[in-house]
Design a protein around this ligand. Structure first.
Ligand SMILES: [Zn+2]
Length: 108
């Protein structure tokens, strides 16, 4: 028989007798929760970073070139991009809603 397996099972039995079985059940539950929560957290972070990146990207309605929000004019044709990405203070929309609006303009 494997010696390490015996040692681990002995340690496990001692820990069960010390802390009780409910402790291990809660520990396993917490571990499972962590295993499910960590990918969810990573997915959420990726989604937020993707959204913030997308709000900075402008698509030219003249030639369709994608340029970053730092520039107010198109890199390719030099068309004004300010009408696509309004930066006025009265615009209180969320970045996600603004992105949907940009998409709607592309279809037209
Ligand atoms: Zn352009």
């Amino acid at each position: 028989m494997n010696k390490t397996l015996v040692t681990y099972s002995l340690i496990f039995l001692i820990l069960i007798s010390l802390f009780g079985f409910n402790f291990f059940l809660s520990l396993i539950g917490n571990l499972l929760l962590l295993v499910f929560l960590i990918p969810l957290l990573i997915f959420l972070i990726l989604l937020i970073s993707f959204n913030s990146l997308k709000s900075k990207v402008n698509t030219c309605n003249q030639c369709g070139t994608i340029s970053l929000g730092i520039n107010n004019t198109c890199i390719n044709c030099g068309a004004d991009l300010e009408d696509i990405n309004p930066k006025s203070s009265e615009n209180l929309q969320k970045p996600s809603e603004t992105t949907i609006e940009v998409k709607a303009e592309e279809i037209k």
